[in-house]
Design a protein around this ligand. Structure first.
Ligand code: ZN
Length: 290
């Protein structure tokens, strides 16, 4: 047999070993395979060139893909208020010189039990007067708009690091809060208790999207990592960076304080993916590393 014929025979053998439509289908892997409510998961679409256009959504939220390990990948934010159970996903790949390919399916989202926290705070911090309430609503809207802004470049690389030194895990993600006897919105981040003045560092590289002093979050920094991923640092005592500045992982952003509505010095660390509030601990444990 000539070399060419041997290669053809090998190719035919390979094709016959696969399901009939395998050559049109996309290799799609979920990490983790069974994500939980509040997780940062990621989708890996294998065998797709860097210059292909990959679009997709999970539960109606759009995904932002980037080249990764011989294919493309996207982070998937599974908001802490997502209903557990089956969520639909879909993908479409467009590349030069071949017909568009599409895939869709269902991902089963595992339930997660969130703690219930009873808090007692001074009435002035809970029952707001009208101007303060208007201020807090406007600030929340401004943050929500920012988190939904998708910077088209990926600014982060490699693992995410804790924003304060230590080994104690942050607490309270997703906690259903009852403040002075009234149910309030769930806690969207994790809290690290630390002495006032403890340095707060960037969890990964990115660009400072916002430095502000808001009613509930106090002095805050929002860090844009690109492609819809943001990390948030609230209740800071001091801020060491300015809006628009590029920062590296581990760079000091400011220091721990108790500004805004806080019962004592701590860092509130939050993460958002495509407008979904996700567990920052899941971001710190992300298995997508390059
Ligand atoms: Zn908090």
């Amino acid at each position: 047999m000539t070399g060419g014929r041997a290669a053809l025979a090998a190719a035919l053998l390979l094709v016959s070993a696969l399901p009939a439509t395998a050559h049109d289908r996309l290799g799609v892997a979920w990490h983790p395979a069974r994500p939980r409510v509040g997780d940062v998961a990621w989708l890996h679409v294998k065998g797709v060139p860097d210059d292909a256009t990959v679009e997709g959504s999970v539960g109606g939220r759009s995904l932002a893909f980037f080249p990764y390990a011989g294919g493309q990948a996207a982070l998937v934010g599974l908001d802490l208020d997502t209903t557990p159970g089956a969520q639909p996903w879909r993908l479409a790949v467009v590349e030069a010189g071949r017909p568009p390919r599409a895939r869709s399916g269902w991902i089963r989202l595992r339930r997660r039990a969130f703690p219930v926290e009873q808090l007692t705070l001074p009435r002035a911090q809970v029952d707001l007067d009208s101007p303060t309430e208007q201020r807090a609503i406007a600030e929340t809207r401004r943050l929500t708009r920012l988190y939904r802004t998708i910077t088209p470049e990926r600014l982060w690389r490699g693992r995410f690091t804790r924003p304060v030194a230590g080994t104690e895990p942050g607490t309270g993600f997703g906690a259903r809060r009852i403040i002075n006897g009234q149910p309030r919105s769930p806690h969207g981040g994790i809290d690290y208790t630390a002495p006032r003045g403890t340095p707060v560092v960037a969890a990964n590289s990115g660009r400072i999207a916002l430095v502000a002093d808001f009613f509930f979050p106090g002095r805050l920094v929002v860090l844009d990592h690109g492609l819809g991923l943001y990390t948030l640092y609230f209740h800071l005592d001091a801020v060491a960076v300015g809006e628009g500045e590029r920062v590296e992982r581990g760079q000091t952003l400011g220091s721990v304080g108790s500004t805004g509505r806080a019962t004592g010095p701590h860092l509130h660390f939050g993460a958002q993916v495509g407008g979904a509030r996700v567990d920052p601990a899941a971001l710190l444990g992300l298995t997508l590393l390059d």
